[in-house]
Design a protein around this ligand. Structure first.
Ligand code: NIG
Ligand code: FE
Length: 410
């Protein structure tokens, strides 16, 4: 099957043929640029980008389908590298409590929050969980998501965690976009282990990890590394155990405190450290020169009303920055990447180009998909966004609350 897109107003995030070094991530000043071609064509063959160029040089030859996209932009689909999209029930009661002044941490301490989600998830059968989660996944694909990472972490027991990871696998097998799975049993201590924290760590390491690995259910190992959740020594034990099964770390760090999570992630070769509301010079120094992708989740900061991530400081220090939604029922019940882009621009003062680099090539890198997605390059998967008729790329974050997607190709 050969599809030809013609009259593309602007084809964005292109890597020109013959470029020596492929773009594997975008960092520092470079994040301020999105290379594009005006008035372009693009050929897709068997789901992959075959070739592209300017309309003045459009090749002769047949295509099975020609799509005239006059007035529309084409760009790589979003790569959302941090979500908790599999969950059983919303938590709007806690949302109202927070409006009235109860903090996210207080709600967690009294057995709500993640434990609330775990209770609901363990009551729900796998079929219903899968159906609900598939609905959510399809909805985020309609707003441009073309690859996604999804975490466990609302089971908090062997059966519950396996159920979540099996659902993630079923989603992966039934959608046309790449889906990566992270094992996050270390998301909160279940009530029955509050006085026996070591017992829960042992349960994760001795029982859950071998079972998860035996079924090949996870790509990554995640830990909610935070004061009041999993401290540094516990995080280190868990990450080392994950590595024994080949699970690279991808962790929650520095959301609520300067907890040392960033440095621990870097030390243990984390693919990414995510959240990063609390990042100062020490954390930036640890990240500089490492292969760990700093991933910012400003949707959660927005929804919890906490401080935003210092994106400007990080980019100005030369770091790459990734953005992800954190879609989950507690701290960010939205998997809408266009809205995330608006928050990143208005609150984190990222430029539209920086924000779009953060959710394309850097999002791909945070899921080890940088050779497959994130730029327009011959041979890459053709997971593409065709926008509504818009005047510039900046219109996407500018037009906040609205969906820029006219049509997805996935
Ligand atoms: O990334 N911070 C930890 N975990 C999730 C929230 C989970 C929840 O509240 O259900 C997050 O924000
Ligand atoms: Fe999260």
């Amino acid at each position: 099957m050969r599809t030809l897109l013609t009259n593309i107003k602007q084809l964005h995030q292109v890597e020109q043929p013959g470029t020596k070094n492929p773009l594997l991530k975008s960092a520092g000043q470079m994040m301020g640029t999105i290379p594009f071609i005006d008035n372009a064509w693009l050929i897709i063959e068997e789901g992959r980008i075959h070739s592209f160029g300017e309309m003045s040089n459009i090749p002769d030859g047949d295509a099975d389908e020609v799509i005239d996209v006059t007035g529309r932009m084409v760009l790589p689909a979003w790569c959302d590298s941090h979500t908790h999209l599999v969950f059983a029930a919303p938590r709007e009661g806690e949302f109202v409590d927070r409006i009235k002044g109860v903090s996210y941490e207080e709600i967690a301490k009294r057995g709500g929050g993640i434990l609330n989600s775990a209770r609901r998830l363990n009551e729900m059968n796998e079929e219903d969980l899968c159906r609900q989660s598939m609905d959510r996944l399809q909805r985020v694909m309609e707003t441009g998501t073309g690859a996604i990472e999804i975490k466990s972490g609302y089971g908090l027991c062997l059966e519950g965690e396996l159920k979540m990871l099996r659902v993630i696998r079923r989603l992966r097998d039934n959608v046309t976009i790449p889906v990566k799975a992270s094992f996050l049993a270390a998301h909160a201590y279940p009530l029955e282990y509050r006085e026996n924290k070591d017992g829960y760590i042992k349960l994760i390491i001795d029982k859950m990890l071998p079972a998860v690995a035996a079924e090949g259910l996870a790509d990554y190992m995640d830990v909610f590394c935070e004061d009041g959740f999993f401290g540094i020594p516990e995080t280190e034990r868990l990450l080392e155990a994950g590595w024994k099964y080949g699970l690279k770390p991808k962790i929650h760090a520095n959301q609520l405190h300067y907890s040392g999570g960033v440095q621990t992630g870097v030390k243990h070769g984390a693919l990414s450290v995510d959240h990063l509301e609390y990042v100062g010079d020490v954390e930036i120094a640890a990240l500089n020169g490492s292969n760990t992708m700093p991933t910012l989740l400003p949707g959660a900061a927005f929804f919890l009303g906490i401080q935003y991530q210092p994106a400007r400081k990080m980019i100005d220090a030369g770091l790459p920055v990734c953005l992800a939604t954190d879609y989950n029922p507690g701290s960010c019940p939205s998997g809408n990447v266009p809205l995330l882009l608006s928050i990143a621009c208005t609150q984190l003062k990222m430029t539209p180009e920086e924000a779009i680099n953060a959710v394309t090539i850097n999002g791909a890198a945070a899921m080890e998909l940088e050779h497959e997605l994130g730029t327009i390059k011959a041979g890459k998967r053709a997971n593409l966004i065709i926008t509504h008729k818009i005047t510039s790329l900046a219109h996407i974050p500018y037009d906040f609350g609205n969906n820029p997607v006219y049509r997805m190709i996935c």
